[in-house]
Design a protein around this ligand. Structure first.
Ligand code: PLP
Ligand code: COI
Length: 365
C-alpha cells in the first residue's frame, strides 16, 4: 500500500495560465469563492491500493460516472483554511495541523478513508507553492484553500465507499460578507435545526450545509445576512451560525461561547480566540446561552457585543438579531471594542505583524 506520508507529487503545469495582468485584476477585488488559481491537487484512494496518484495539475472540470456514490449518498467532507501574505512578501498558513486533524475526524464520522495528516499538509504546501503568485496582498486579502474529499466508487449500494478522491482548490479571497460588512444581522431559525445529538454536526461534511440552506435562504429573504441555529432538543440554546461560531461579550468584560458537544463545528478560529482571550486574562467560558437570555441581556445592556467567527468570516460583529415577531439590537449595532481587539490580535498573528506565542503560524516561503 502506498505510504501517503511520503507521497511524491507528479506535476503538470497549466498550459494556459491566467496572465499576470488578468491575475492582478482578479487579486485587486477577489470577492469570496468565485475565482480560482491555475492548479489543483488530486490524490486518489482505493481500498486495495491505499492513497496513490498524487498530482498537482491544471484546475479543470472532473469527469465522474453518474453512479458515483457521492452523487447519491453525499459521502463528502471539506475543510477551509487560508494562506496569508507576510510583510516581507513570504507566505504563511495558520494552524494547518488543526485542519488536518479535523479533516481526519470528519472522514471517520462519515465512514471515509482518513487521509493521513501529513498528506493533507503536504498537499496544501504544494498547491500554495505552485500558485504562490495568487496570494492577494493588503488588508483582508488571503488565499482561501478548500481541501475536500468525496466517495468516487461507482456503486449504488448503500455502504462506505471503497474509493475516494481528494482535491484541493485555491481561491483568492477578500471579505466573506458583501461590502466588508461592519456588522451583520442574524435570523433566528424557528423551524429548522442544523444538527441533532448523535448526528454529523461536529463534522465538516457537505450534508450539514445542504441541510442549512433552506434556513439560510429564509434569513436572506428576511433581509438578514446569516442564520443562527438553536439546539435541536429544546429549541432554546444558541448553537452556531450557518458557517460560523458565535461569541457573546458582557458588560463585566467576560465572554461566553456555546460549548462543543457534537452538534457544532469545533472551529479553529473559535479555539484560537478562546486561547487569545485567556492569554490576556479575560474570563471566557464555554457555556450554554439561550435565545431568551440573549434577548434579555441585549435589551438590559448586560450584553455589550456579539460576534461571529470562522476562517471565511474572520471576526464579524453581530449588530442585530431578528426572528418571527421580534428584533433586538446589540450594543450600538456596530463593532464593539472587545470584538475589534480580538480581531486585531488574531489577524496580526495570522499576517505575521505580531508575535506568535503559540506557534500557530507556519511559514511556507
Ligand atoms: N461553524 C461552521 C458551521 C463553519 O462552516 C465554520 C467554518 O469553517 C465554522 C464554524 C468556523 O470554523 P473555523 O474557524 O475552523 O473556520
Ligand atoms: C469557512 O470559514 O472556511 C467555511 O467553511 C465557512 C463557509 C464558507 C462554508
Amino acid at each position: 500500500m502506498a505510504d501517503a506520508t511520503i507521497l511524491d507529487y507528479e506535476f503538470e503545469a497549466h498550459a494556459n495560465p491566467v496572465s499576470a495582468a488578468d491575475r492582478a485584476e482578479i487579486l485587486a477585488n477577489p470577492g469570496f469563492g468565485k475565482r480560482f488559481t491555475d492548479h489543483m491537487v488530486m490524490i486518489k484512494y482505493h481500498v486495495d491500493r491505499g492513497w496513490h496518484d498524487a498530482r498537482v495539475m491544471p484546475r479543470g472540470p472532473l469527469s465522474i460516472d453518474p453512479a458515483c456514490a457521492v452523487l447519491h449518498y453525499a459521502q463528502e467532507i471539506f475543510e477551509g483554511l487560508k494562506a496569508y501574505r507576510l510583510p516581507d512578501g513570504g507566505a504563511a498558513l495558520f494552524r494547518p495541523e488543526a485542519n488536518a486533524a479535523r479533516f481526519r475526524e470528519s472522514a471517520e464520522r462519515l465512514a471515509m478513508a482518513p487521509l493521513p495528516e501529513e498528506a493533507f499538509l503536504s498537499s496544501i504546501r504544494k498547491l500554495v507553492e505552485v500558485d504562490r503568485d495568487w496570494i492577494p496582498e493588503g488588508e483582508g486579502g488571503s488565499l482561501y484553500l478548500r481541501p475536500f474529499m468525496f466517495a468516487s466508487e461507482v456503486f449504488l449500494g448503500v455502504k462506505p465507499a471503497s474509493e475516494y478522491t481528494y482535491i484541493v482548490l485555491a481561491s483568492p479571497a477578500g471579505a466573506y460578507f458583501k461590502g466588508g460588512a461592519p456588522s451583520v444581522t442574524l435570523w433566528v431559525s424557528e423551524h429548522y435545526t442544523r444538527a441533532a445529538p448523535g448526528g454529523t454536526g461536529a463534522a465538516k461534511c457537505g450534508g450539514n450545509y445542504a441541510a442549512s440552506l433552506v434556513a439560510q435562504a429564509e434569513a436572506i429573504r428576511e433581509g438578514c445576512d446569516q442564520v443562527v441555529f438553536l439546539d435541536a432538543v429544546e429549541n432554546r440554546n444558541v448553537e452556531e451560525l450557518g458557517g460560523m461560531n458565535v461569541f457573546f461579550a458582557f458588560e463585566d468584560g467576560s465572554l461566553i461561547t456555546p460549548p462543543l458537544g457534537g452538534t457544532i463545528l469545533p472551529g479553529i478560529t473559535r479555539d484560537s480566540l478562546l486561547t487569545l482571550a485567556k492569554d490576556v486574562g479575560i474570563d471566557v467560558r464555554e457555556e450554554q446561552y439561550s435565545l431568551e437570555q440573549w434577548r434579555a441581556d441585549a435589551e438590559s445592556g448586560k450584553l455589550r457585543e456579539a460576534f461571529a467567527c470562522g476562517t471565511a468570516a474572520v471576526v464579524t460583529p453581530i449588530g442585530r438579531v431578528r426572528g418571527r415577531g421580534f428584533e433586538f439590537q446589540i450594543g450600538n449595532g456596530g463593532p464593539g471594542m472587545l470584538t475589534e481587539r480580538l480581531r486585531e490580535q488574531l489577524t496580526a498573528i495570522q499576517r505575521g505583524t505580531a508575535p506568535d506565542p503559540h506557534g500557530w503560524v507556519e511559514r511556507l516561503f
